[in-house]
Design a protein around this ligand. Structure first.
Ligand code: FRU
Length: 506
């Protein structure tokens, strides 16, 4: 069965297609760059995490998914659950583009849990072809806000169309999407990413008292425009501060900042929920949530223990670098979950505590020299799947080799992630830092996530270097040199277990 672009897809279509594609699944499952401890598409394409929540002790992770092809033309929501972020169940797709109002994609959205019910809000995407003159910015596109609910995260109520493109304010283009809910003082607020008719990005805020009827309330924008469109807004309180994470598109590179084609920034917002006055605390450069090559469209949620957890898409749209796995029928992954905090007014991100459960054997080093000789051993024995925690004192410069052609260097107050072979077009990304004190590095078969100085900065990236020793694909790479004192611990890591489940297994 062939799935066509711009056609509705039903659960039955998917199931028929699934039955016919066992061979593809097996081939993708054996592909050499498959990750050991990240969520990836079983076949095809993955992008934004959606609907993140904890419901009765179970974490639910949905994501934008196109099982049918690795270019991501169609968008469904795939559903995974976990209790510990190490053992997962993959329930397969749950929301299909099967209605007139979401026919060309069940686009991104979020979950809001109250009294044991999860309320989901997403964007139903529709592209119109009835006229030849659509620019698909001011006309030709339907961005419908849709609600469904569920008591178990797997079985859903009927889809309810809440708003269509015609319902948004008159000065807004037809790019409006990615609803995210915040409850404050007994009212519900929905943040929607938008592009206005002057091509400035902003957030539209709607208000509701029952999660069903929504009224336009206000908007959040920067005084100096930042890009033409803000995708995936995430508005939340963290340690008493109203925060906005969003993804502005079309922001030009500024020195060593905003190096990716699209951004993901953290903003502090001053807001009055009674009067509807909101202002972003203006900064010359907004804090990048991640400074690596592959990070976009993250979403956060508060779990039952009160932790704010964020997961991102370890990928980015429209980049000028590629993933070689596309030709093998799959690409992209989600990042590891991170916990967010505010410290001294700054965003701090640390890998979720549960990930320590992946740790197996460990090696510790006191001095850089012993690290060097151990580096040789690690190359042979460790494999690319490891975690390294390194501490530095008096660091004036350092160079850490992570793969053949991939290194992290610290020089003149700048941390640089460089890639040559294995980068597939990825070159250099930077972070300006006062001091280098700590690195925590998660290396998987084809990815790196690097937490700097306890989470002040993070670099997430895919990497496809042959990381082996003398051409063998068996070795990890960790070689440290520099003008500094260093100590560290390296852990061999186990992998996630992801069990494929069917809806009626529940
Ligand atoms: C961000 C995004 C969202 C949209 C979704 C579609 O990556 O463009 O704005 O809802 O992807 O898959």
């Amino acid at each position: 069965m062939k799935i066509e672009k711009y056609h509705k897809v039903t659960r039955e279509d998917y199931e028929e297609w699934y039955k016919e594609n066992e061979g593809l699944r097996e081939a993708v499952g054996r592909e050499e760059h498959r990750l050991a401890y990240h969520l990836m598409p079983e076949t095809g394409w993955l992008n934004d995490p959606n609907g993140l929540m904890e419901l009765d002790g179970v974490y639910h992770i949905y994501y934008q998914y196109d099982p049918f092809d690795a270019e991501g033309l169609l968008k469904l929501w795939n559903h995974c659950t976990t209790r510990d972020f190490i053992h997962y169940e993959n329930w397969g797709p749950v929301l299909f583009p099967d209605q007139d109002f979401d026919a060309h994609g069940v686009y991104s959205g979020s979950a809001f849990v109250e009294n044991g019910t999860a309320h989901f809000f997403y964007t139903g995407n529709v592209k119109y072809f009835d006229r030849p003159d659509y620019d698909y910015i001011t006309a030709g596109r339907g961005s419908n806000t849709v609600r469904v609910d569920s008591r178990d995260g797997e079985h859903f109520s009927e889809k309810q169309l809440l708003m269509t493109t015609a319902d948004y304010p008159a000065d807004i283009s037809c790019h409006v999407r990615d609803p995210k809910i915040l409850k404050h003082d007994g009212c519900y607020y929905m943040a929607l990413g938008a592009r206005d008719l002057e091509s400035h990005g902003l957030v539209l805020l709607y208000r509701s008292e029952d999660l069903r009827n929504w009224e336009y309330f206000s908007r959040i924008r920067t005084k100096t425009p930042l890009g033409y469109m803000w995708e995936c807004p995430d508005l939340f309180f963290l340690d008493g501060q109203l925060c906005l994470i969003c993804c502005p598109q079309g922001v030009p590179k500024a020195g060593l900042n905003y190096e990716n084609v699209h951004q993901c920034v953290f903003m502090k917002v001053d807001g009055d929920f009674r009067t509807g006055e909101f202002s972003v605390r203006e900064e010359e450069v907004y804090h990048s949530v991640d400074r690596g090559f592959d990070f976009y469209a993250p979403q956060s949620f508060e779990d039952e223990r009160g932790r704010r957890i964020l997961i991102g898409w370890m990928g980015i749209p429209e980049a000028d670098y590629t993933n070689p796995t596309e030709k093998d029928g799959w690409q992209h992954a989600l990042t590891l979950p991170r916990q967010l905090r505010i410290k001294d007014g700054r965003l701090i991100q640390t890998p979720l505590e549960e990930l320590k459960g992946l740790r197996r054997q460990q090696w510790s080093f006191e001095r850089a020299e012993s690290f060097n000789s151990a580096g040789e051993m690690l190359r042979r024995e460790l494999g690319p799947v490891f975690e390294a925690e390194l501490q530095f004192s008096d660091c004036r410069s350092m160079n850490l080799q992570l793969r053949r052609g991939t290194s992290l260097t610290w020089e003149d107050g700048v941390l640089t992630l460089s890639m040559e072979e294995g980068g597939f077009g990825r070159t250099r990304r930077h972070g300006v830092l006062g001091k280098l004190e700590k690195l925590q590095i998660f290396s998987d078969v084809s990815s790196l996530e690097i937490f700097v100085n306890g989470g002040e900065q993070v670099f997430s990236s895919r990497v496809y270097a042959d990381c082996g020793h003398d051409g063998e694909k068996t070795g990890g790479y960790l070689r440290l040199e520099g003008d500094c004192e260093a100590s560290g611990t390296v852990y061999r890591l186990g992998g996630f277990s992801v069990e494929k489940r069917k809806e009626n297994d529940k």
